[in-house]
Ligand binder design. Structure first.
Ligand code: CP
Length: 301
C-alpha cells in the first residue's frame, strides 16, 4: 500500500521517534560529508505548491535531491492552471508523467485529505490551509530533541495567531502525545475557544508563561487567512513579541523557535533573531534532515 502523510496524527510516538532517529543519522552523514544511500534513486518527486513557500518547498527539494530523486518544481503561476485547467487534471497529468511522491501545499484545509481517497501517488502535506503542517512539526520536534535529548514532559509556550495556525494544530497534537504542558498566549481574537482546547493546553498570560517555559514557539499573524486582528507593529511587539525586556523572563536552559516567515520587530525584536537561545535558523537546517527521513518513510511502502 502506498503511504501518505496528511496529518501528524497518522504517526504514533514510536514512528515519530524512528523518523527523528533517521534524521539524526542524515545530519551526521551530511556534516561529515559521508555517502548517503540513494534510496530515492529513479523516483520522481514533485513539489506541487499552490501557495507561497520558501522553507518547506526548498528544504523538500534539497532533501529529495540528497536521496537521489528527480525533482519537479511546479509553479502554478506559469502553469496551465492559468488557462483554466483544474487542480484534479493537473495532478492527473503529474501521475501520467510518472510522479511517485507529490509534496502538496494548498490554501484549502481539507483538499489534502480528499487526495488520499483515490490516490494518484504518495501524498505529503506540506501545509494545508489552517489544518495541519506535519513536516514542520517533525522538524520542530527534532530541534527540541537535539536540545533536550528528549521531548517528554517539557513546558511549551506558543504565542501568536494560534487559532489560524496549521503549525500549532500539528504541534499541539504531538506535544500531547509526549505529555508536554502547552501554554497558549496571544491576542484574544487569535486564541482558540477554551472549550476546543486539547487537555494539555492552558491559555495563560504571556509573561507568566515565559517564566516556566522550556520551549517558546512564536507564530506570525496570518493576515492572508483572516481579518480578525489588525496588527499595530509596536503594540504587538510590546504585548506579544519577544523583546529585550521579555527575553529576561526565559530560563537560560530555554530555547525559542519560529516556523517562519517571521516579521522582525513584530513577533520578535530584530536583534534577538540570532540570540543564543534562538533556534530559528537551526530549524531551517533541521528541516532538510527531517524531510529526508520523512521521504524515506513515505518511500518504504
Ligand atoms: N514554515 C513554513 O512553512 O515556511 P514556508 O511558508 O516558507 O514554507
Amino acid at each position: 500500500m502506498i503511504r501518505h502523510l496528511t496529518s501528524i496524527r497518522q504517526l504514533d510516538r514510536s514512528s515519530i521517534l524512528s523518523i527523528l532517529e533517521r534524521a539524526s543519522i542524515f545530519s551526521h552523514q551530511i556534516k561529515n560529508k559521508q555517502n548517503i544511500e540513494q534510496t530515492l534513486k529513479n523516483k520522481i518527486v514533485a513539489n506541487l505548491f499552490f501557495e507561497n513557500s520558501t522553507r518547506t518547498k526548498f528544504s523538500f527539494e534539497v532533501a529529495a535531491k540528497r536521496l537521489g530523486a528527480h525533482l519537479l518544481n511546479f509553479d502554478p503561476n506559469s502553469s496551465s492552471i492559468k488557462k483554466g485547467e483544474s487542480l484534479h487534471d493537473t495532478l492527473k497529468t503529474f501521475q501520467a508523467l510518472g510522479v511517485d511522491i507529490g509534496i502538496i501545499r494548498h490554501t484549502d484545509d481539507m483538499y489534502i485529505n480528499s487526495l488520499t481517497k483515490d490516490p494518484l501517488f504518495s501524498i505529503i502535506n506540506a501545509g494545508a490551509g489552517k489544518y495541519e503542517h506535519p513536516s514542520q512539526t517533525l522538524l520542530d520536534l527534532y530541534t527540541i530533541k537535539e536540545q533536550f535529548k528528549h521531548v517528554d514532559d517539557l513546558t511549551v509556550t506558543i504565542c501568536g495567531d494560534i487559532k489560524n495556525s496549521r503549525v500549532a494544530k500539528s504541534n499541539i497534537a504531538v506535544f500531547e502525545m509526549f505529555n508536554c504542558s502547552v501554554n497558549l498566549c496571544g491576542p484574544k481574537e487569535l486564541l482558540p475557544e477554551e472549550s476546543t482546547l486539547s487537555q494539555c493546553c492552558t491559555i495563560k498570560d504571556f509573561d507568566e508563561a515565559l517564566r516556566e517555559t522550556d520551549v517558546l514557539i512564536l507564530l506570525r499573524v496570518q493576515h492572508e487567512r483572516h481579518k480578525l486582528y489588525d496588527v499595530d507593529t509596536t503594540s504587538y511587539n510590546e504585548s506579544f513579541g519577544l523583546n529585550h525586556k521579555r527575553i529576561k523572563l526565559l530560563k537560560n536552559s530555554a530555547i525559542f523557535l519560529h516556523p517562519g516567515p517571521f516579521n522582525r520587530g513584530v513577533e520578535i525584536t530584530s536583534e534577538l533573531v540570532e540570540h543564543k537561545l534562538s533556534r530559528i535558523f537551526k530549524q531551517k537546517e533541521n528541516g532538510v534532515y527531517t524531510r529526508m527521513a520523512l521521504l524515506e518513510w513515505i518511500n518504504n511502502e
